[in-house]
Design a protein around this ligand. Structure first.
Ligand code: HEC
Ligand code: HEC
Length: 154
């Protein structure tokens, strides 16, 4: 009887530890992808990945994220579409499509293979704008709104 109790309590401790480890991992790296009209994001214009990274405070570790503005670069511009192509001006292969949410932000925790570089575009109801050079990082805000103009859609 005694040894049975010992065994089952060891087992329950193991199970509790296991649940702890699994839920911790989930909390750190949740699957999060922006969708049209969604408004759960925040901090437009800020460097999302400064917090949404491994050991950061944000929920989900983003591999791509930033904010889209209108042509005056004053107000955020919701519900556009970001695309990443293997060649310039929307040519080559379309590798990724990310929906801009209802706050003008976009983000994704999915793995993004930049290969030798991918060319972004921003499409709105009024047309599409293409970045003429390629990128190797999904942190658009490291340049846009920092060393070059904000990302804006037509
Ligand atoms: C200063 C740190 C910080 C910055 C910068 C930041 N976030 Fe967050 N984010 C957090 C924290 C902390 C949470 C979890 C608590 C909360 O919801 O406020 C969070 C939560 C979220 C959530 C999940 C909300 C939910 O209810 O599940 C989304 C989506 C999100 N952030 C998107 C973004 C985007 C997009 C950017 C950049 C435009 C960004 N965040 C910038 C810290 C940050
Ligand atoms: C390494 C810095 C850098 C990163 C990272 C970056 N950009 Fe750019 N982007 C630029 C520069 C510089 C230009 C202007 C020259 C050009 O088009 O290549 C530009 C131009 C653009 C344009 C065209 C602007 C116009 O007025 O026609 C779009 C759209 C764009 N970027 C979207 C993005 C998106 C979306 C991301 C993130 C997925 C991103 N960029 C990441 C530096 C960057």
């Amino acid at each position: 009887m005694k040894s049975f109790n010992k065994k089952s309590s060891t087992l329950s401790i193991l199970i509790i530890l296991l649940i702890g480890i699994i839920s911790c991992k989930k909390e750190g790296d949740e699957f999060k992808v922006s969708t049209y009209n969604d408004t759960e994001s925040h901090n437009a214009g800020q460097d999302c990945m400064s917090c949404h990274k491994q050991d950061g405070s944000g929920e989900g570790w983003f591999n791509i994220a930033s904010t889209v503005y209108d042509s005056l670069q004053l107000n955020t511009y919701p519900n556009n579409t970001i695309r990443l192509y293997t060649h310039a001006n929307g040519t080559g292969t379309l590798k990724y499509t990310i929906q801009v949410d209802g706050k003008g932000n976009f983000y994704s925790t999915e793995d993004i293979d930049f290969g030798t570089g991918l060319y972004p575009s921003v499409e709105s109801v009024n047309g599409t704008k293409y970045m003429s050079s390629s990128i190797n990082s999904g942190n658009c805000t490291s340049c846009h709104g920092t060393t070059t103009g904000k990302i804006w859609a037509k």
